[in-house]
Write a protein of this length. Structure first.
Length: 222
């Protein structure tokens, strides 16, 4: 499709990353893989701090602040990630609360089944159940992958993709989720980001106001 031609680099990179994620899922032992990631915790204060704070990108409050700012830039910048976030959140919560409510998180398995302590960052409180899929990963990708699609510059586009990946990976680093959880969350966020972006591409010519901002309407009324 013509609308995808300018996004070949982004989409091909994304496909490679998804393929890598599924390769790890199919070849690595999930317990040993998580044990390896957890062994990195505490070795570098800088790395611990980095993932502790970048994890905040997947919180609802962060998304609301970002969306509020985007309203004052351009409606299209707001609507694409807002739609992606809305449908990603609905999908994640349906899966998490209706289909996989008892899915155990790493802390539960390591603490109660394996009887191995997990290293934590800044005494982060670890959750026990509703592990699949990762809502944080879905939000990071719904928000930042939307930005990747919106961005005109290829380098900027890849930067947003990298930020989404780091935000999702932080959930494994902090032992809040398994690798499969963030992979599923990422796929959900990517899917709805592309869907929202495509909807914008097909409808933007019939919605001239979509390229304006809240400020434009405020100034017009004055």
């Amino acid at each position: 499709m013509k609308i995808f031609k300018e996004k070949i680099l982004l989409l091909s990179t994304t496909i490679l990353l998804i393929a890598l994620a599924f390769l790890i899922l199919n070849t690595a032992n999930p317990i040993q893989f998580h044990r390896t990631i957890n062994s990195w915790v505490g070795k570098s204060q800088g790395l611990d701090n980095f993932f502790y704070y970048i994890d905040k990108l997947g919180e609802g409050a962060m998304a609301l602040v970002v969306l509020a700012i985007l309203l004052f830039m351009r409606f299209s910048y707001f609507l694409i990630p807002a739609l992606a976030l809305l449908f990603s959140s609905i999908t994640v919560n349906v899966l998490k609360y209706w289909f996989f409510p008892d899915a155990p998180r790493p802390w539960y398995i390591f603490q109660w089944i394996l009887h191995e302590p997990l290293k934590t960052v800044h005494d982060t409180e670890l959750m026990i159940l509703r592990s699949f899929p990762s809502g944080h990963a879905a939000q990071c990708f719904a928000l930042f992958f939307s930005f990747s699609l919106i961005a005109k510059n290829k380098v900027v586009s890849l930067f947003w993709l990298l930020l989404a990946c780091l935000g999702a990976f932080s959930r494994v680093y902090l032992s809040q989720h398994w690798w499969k959880d963030i992979t599923a969350g990422a796929c959900i966020g990517i899917f709805f980001s592309i869907l929202a972006w495509m909807l914008y591409q097909f409808k933007k010519t019939s919605l001239p106001w979509i390229e304006k901002s809240v400020l434009d309407f405020i100034m017009k009324r004055k």
